[in-house]
Design a protein around this ligand. Sequence first.
Ligand SMILES: NC(=O)c1ccc[n+]([C@@H]2O[C@H](COP(=O)([O-])OP(=O)(O)OC[C@H]3O[C@@H](n4cnc5c(N)ncnc54)[C@H](OP(=O)(O)O)[C@@H]3O)[C@@H](O)[C@H]2O)c1
Length: 232
Amino acid sequence: MSGIKKTNDQTLRGKYAVITGATSGIGLAAAQELAARGANLGIVARNAAKAREVAVKLQSSSGNSITVDVFIADMSSQRSIRRAANEILAKCPRIDILINNAGAMFLDHKLTEDGLEMTWAVNHIAPFLLTNLLLDRLMMSEHARVITTSSHGHKMAAQGIHFDDLSGRRYFGLLGKMKGGPNFRYGETKLANVLFTAELAQRLKGTNVSAYCFDPGLVATNFNQDNGGWPA
Ligand SMILES: NC(=O)c1ccc[n+]([C@@H]2O[C@H](COP(=O)([O-])OP(=O)(O)OC[C@H]3O[C@@H](n4cnc5c(N)ncnc54)[C@H](OP(=O)(O)O)[C@@H]3O)[C@@H](O)[C@H]2O)c1
């Protein structure tokens, strides 16, 4: 992050973007680009020290022309997301862009404090919840966007989402893992990103908020390094 180059003329000066997963990989690159275009940023992260370091670098790379706020949230915890959303709403009178980017893939069947399977909670429930909590504020912008990072991995959920097994037990255990279960589980969550975005876009028709999701392609990041290093 040694100096941000302005890559085009589409200025975002004066806009405020909330972004999750900006401490690494795709989210960090996006935050750098947003900063280069002059957007003020709200970084939502679980690691306070890492987030503050990123915030300082983003701000100084912009020549201190933008503000970068840090909000702490573990995206696997609904309590934590709600607390961060309240802090964002208290601090930010306007939000023009929400980027739901934080994501992970768990190789073992782990439950969150809310009793949800981890990959499902972090990749789908967190964007769903955060978007809903911030939507009224986004509506107040003259033109707002909700952008969710999905993946080509959604194609692994060719049979759709197993709503009869939201805990995803079929994907784990020795047999599930031998069949590549965690990859399929990840695929379900990324399909959920697509379906969520499609439904959100439909419901927001005629308003000043648009919803998008995208596949970044295969990118060399820190993805899944914490969870066994098995790439998506
Ligand atoms: N890399 C690829 O090839 C690829 C392809 C398609 C889609 N994607 C998607 O791209 C998005 C970003 O992934 P990446 O490749 O950039 O991976 P990454 O380098 O590992 O970045 C993931 C980001 O999400 C954050 N995060 C993960 N779990 C979190 C939690 N429980 N609470 C709060 N933050 C959490 C991480 O925070 P920490 O810094 O604290 O770990 C990090 O900032 C994900 O949604 C992923 O599914 C990636």
